[in-house]
Design a protein around this ligand. Structure first.
Ligand code: ARG
Length: 461
């Protein structure tokens, strides 16, 4: 650089920036993560300027070559970032002029950092949305793999965390699968609004040069160009929308985590988490703690926090660009890293969960889980459901007083309460009979769950 203290915008300033203010306003420590996208965006912009005759073709070529060289240096870790140059954009532009000389100064023609940063953030986010989509798909495949091993594994289904009715474990896992399918739909939908090109809006009002925005959109694989320059530079609702989709994924994974933590406890004993996903205690030698699910449950909090940060960041901003927007990057980067790390952990852990069918079965057998089946049986014998419910309630009380299960009551016990009960009642009281009876679309019968798994396998990319 010709003069180390020169800044790209300091023509109108009479004194140097205060050292603290320089540090306070700089963003390069975090926005350098956008470098690859900043370079791609600049290459497309320079190419367009050359093709439209706004800058000389040989200047455009020199700029593109220079930017590629800088991109390679950054990728190789050979680039020195300077806080004095404030942000990723000015670091790269200054390096370009250092590298190729005067021609580098033409790059910023017809452009502002305002439309540049909005473009960079959208490209960065688009890249990560695609990454997250493939991670979610991978996790779904892991779920399908585990679910298909447990189509006949009976466990208690819960409401209010009390044993409610028997279900098969595969059905429970497919409930998780459904959550992820909706999460994917939200990401795909949000991507449409992420993939809109702001470049060309310049600072806020557009530019006096005869630019070709459609060409830039095509070079950078954007679906559309932003229709209004003021909106293009200032809006960050696409990032908020993504963060809300990310929050919903973390909320889902946090719920799964809570279940895994409960199930892995000795009191439930339904599952064993792989040792490599757990840690021990420094004092209690017997402990195997489910750290990964616990941490995921905790990390959901910081993703929700990022969403609230972004919403709050936007809500008071008048049009168009304000420096407030520089604060969008850290939460967004943190949300993405947290979500990707979580999906990496779950993608490996889920298919390696070891179920304990005996513990699941005995928990289901203990909680009068087939009481609804007995009421349904009475309805089939001509009793109104509300009366059937009452009689079964009395039979449950009887069984409870004797500390036995419903299936251990004698036929005489049943008939004393309800004369229409016959010996075929015992069939309705079995766990297998209970799940098998729920064989309509969406039910927990093994054949239905098997069909749901096969349907998902066919749809899965
Ligand atoms: N670092 C800034 C940001 O992240 C880049 C845009 C700055 N524009 C400006 N006019 N100061 O938003």
């Amino acid at each position: 650089m010709s003069n180390d203290n020169e800044r790209l915008w300091d023509g109108r300033f009479a004194e140097a920036t205060d050292a603290f203010v320089e540090a306070f306003t700089a963003s390069v420590s975090f926005d350098q993560q956008l470098a690859q996208f900043d370079i791609e965006g600049s290459i497309a912009h320079a190419t367009m300027l050359g093709r439209c005759g706004i800058i000389a073709e040989d200047t455009a070529t020199a700029i593109v070559d220079g930017l590629r060289g800088i991109g390679a240096d950054i990728a190789a870790g050979n680039f020195v970032w300077s806080q004095h140059l404030e942000d990723v954009h000015m670091n790269i532009e200054a390096a370009l002029t250092d590298r190729i000389g005067e021609q580098g100064k033409a790059l910023h023609t017809g452009r502002s950092r305002n439309d540049q940063v909005a473009t960079d953030v959208r490209m960065y986010l688009r890249h990560h949305v695609d990454q997250i989509l493939s991670q979610v798909t991978h996790l779904q495949q892991g779920l399908l793999q585990l679910a298909s091993q447990h189509v006949h594994t009976i466990m208690p289904g819960f409401t209010h965390l009390q044993v409610a009715q028997p279900v098969v474990f595969g059905h429970h896992l497919m409930a998780w699968y459904e959550m992820l399918s909706r999460d994917k739909e939200r990401l795909v939908d949000c991507r449409k609004r992420v993939n809109v090109l702001p470049l060309g809006a310049a600072a806020l009002a557009g530019t006096s040069f005869p630019i070709d925005r459609l060409l830039v959109a095509e070079l950078l694989h954007f679906d559309r160009v932003a229709e209004n320059s003021l909106d293009a530079v200032s809006d960050r609702d696409f990032a908020i929308e993504f963060s809300s989709a990310a929050s919903l994924i973390m909320m889902h994974l946090s719920r799964w985590s809570e279940e895994l933590i409960l199930w892995a406890s000795p009191q439930f004993g339904f599952v064993n988490l792989p040792d490599r996903y757990c840690t021990g205690s420094s004092i209690m030698p017997q402990k195997k703690n489910p750290d990964v699910p616990e941490l995921v449950r905790g990390k959901s909090a910081r993703v929700f926090g990022g969403l609230i940060t972004l919403l709050t960041l936007m809500k008071g901003q008048p049009l168009a660009y304000n420096k407030d927007n520089q604060e969008d990057k850290e939460p967004l980067i943190d949300i993405i890293r947290t979500l990707e790390d979580t999906l990496t952990a779950f993608g490996d852990m889920i298919p390696n969960i070891e179920a304990n069918p005996e513990a699941m079965r005995s928990a289901a057998a203990k909680g009068f889980a087939t009481a609804t089946d007995l009421a349904d049986y009475l309805v089939r014998k001509g009793c109104a459901f509300r009366d059937a419910h009452h009689r079964v309630g009395r039979l449950v009380a009887l069984a409870e007083s004797r500390k036995v299960d419903l299936s251990e009551l004698s036929l005489e016990d049943f008939q004393r309460e309800s004369p229409e009960i016959e010996s075929d009642v015992y069939q309705s009281l079995t766990l297998e009979g209970s799940v098998a009876a729920r064989n309509h679309l969406g039910g927990t019968a093994p054949e239905t769950v098997q069909a749901a798994i096969e349907r998902a396998q066919r749809q899965s990319p």
